[in-house]
Design a protein around this ligand. Structure first.
Ligand code: PEP
Ligand code: MN
Length: 355
């Protein structure tokens, strides 16, 4: 069976799924949709059942919002998509002529819910977009796709929305591009959409992530767009206005993927993007290490202990060098690196002790 998703739009432009995190009022939904309708390759999104991590926040307008989505199509001609998390949602969304369904990150991680959705989708030919699960477990993402395929759903695309970051990071959800690439390796024909909104959690970072996705040949973008982001009832920090979306789409460089002479460059770019991510991870780890060093500094100060404890340093250097060498790093490199880190740690502790 052929996946029809990419055929929906004939243009070579990326598919853009835009609209508010949540449908809040009929007025907000329609006003947003009217501002977005000029984009020929756009699907309108709005969540009406919102899976909130903690209770007592806005949990969506519910089924009433499906009538608003119908109005969106009637008034603007835009296709629509909505998040579904259980069989009842699927049934209601299809009944209200929603064009596509998406499965949220919290649901992809739950095989019971996915199976229930797959069963409800049997014998329908609706397109389903599957977000990556919250935790970086590729098999959960693969499993969700397989469960839908087993139910005869073939119009599937994946949405890469990043993975949970317990510690502070530049991003709300760490992209871990490698996982999306691994999924793509498993399903080479699967269209891949990037969701810079949920990756970044920050409206200022949407452009750079969207561009990265384009440079990695993603098929489309899902970008949360709200008529008045500051007053949004959910995800207000990451939503952008329709005007800001216009600007991003105008500035986005969509490169042609020309296999003949550009394959080499495309691969290089993908690898560099992974390196960029790893470097940020490295810096985040170093930051956390220095925070611990400062804690130790305070502890030593209170107990009147010297900064440099030579035995520990010699032992550390030995163990780390051995570990590094076992993992293919040269002795010279490991020692240079460790010495630089150690020096910085001593300087930090010095400050703590003598301030
Ligand atoms: C959403 O798209 O509004 C949403 C809830 O996303 P996620 O499932 O990626 O958290
Ligand atoms: Mn959201």
């Amino acid at each position: 069976m052929i996946n029809n998703f990419k055929k929906i739009f004939s243009s070579s432009k990326p598919i853009v799924i835009a609209g508010p995190c949540s449908a809040e009022t009929e007025k907000q939904v329609l006003a947003t949709a009217h501002k977005l309708k000029k984009h020929s390759n756009l699907i309108f999104r709005a969540g009406i059942w919102k899976p909130r991590t903690r209770p007592n926040s806005f949990e969506g307008i519910g089924v009433e919002g499906l009538d608003w989505l119908k109005k969106v199509t009637d008034e603007t001609g835009l296709k629509t998509t909505v998040e579904v998390a259980k069989a009842k949602h699927v049934e209601l969304a299809i009944k209200h002529d929603v064009d596509m369904l998406w499965i949220g990150a919290r649901t992809t991680g739950n095989p019971f819910a996915i199976q229930e959705i797959a069963d409800a989708l049997e014998n329908t030919d609706i397109t389903v977009l599957i977000k990556n699960p919250i935790n970086p477990e590729l098999n959960l993402w693969i499993g969700a796709i397989e469960r839908l395929q087993d139910a005869g759903v073939y119009n599937i695309a994946a949405i890469h929305r990043g993975f949970f970051a317990y510690k502070n990071s530049k991003y709300r959800n760490i992209p871990q591009w490698q996982l999306a690439l691994d999924l793509k390796r498993k399903f080479p024909d699967l269209p891949m959409i990037c969701d810079p909104s949920h990756i970044s959690g920050n409206s200022n970072l949407i452009m750079e992530i969207a561009q990265k996705a384009m440079d990695m040949s993603y098929d489309g973008l899902m970008i949360e767009t709200h008529i008045d982001p500051k007053n949004a009832l959910s995800d207000k920090e990451q939503q952008i206005t329709p005007l800001e979306l216009d600007e991003i789409l105008n500035n986005l460089i969509v490169r042609n993927f020309d296999i003949d002479d550009k394959e080499f460059k495309a691969t290089l770019k993908q690898l560099r993007i992974q390196i960029d991510d790893l470097d940020i991870e490295l810096l985040d780890v170093l930051k956390r290490r220095m925070q611990l060093v400062e804690k130790i500094g305070h502890h030593k100060k209170e107990n009147k202990v010297t900064i440099l404890q030579n035995n520990r340093w010699i032992e550390m250097l030995k163990i780390r060098t051995k570990y590094g060498k076992e993992n293919g790093l040269s002795e010279h490199f490991i020692q240079q690196l460790l010495k630089a880190i150690h020096q910085e740690s001593i300087d930090k502790q010095n400050k703590v002790m003598n301030n």
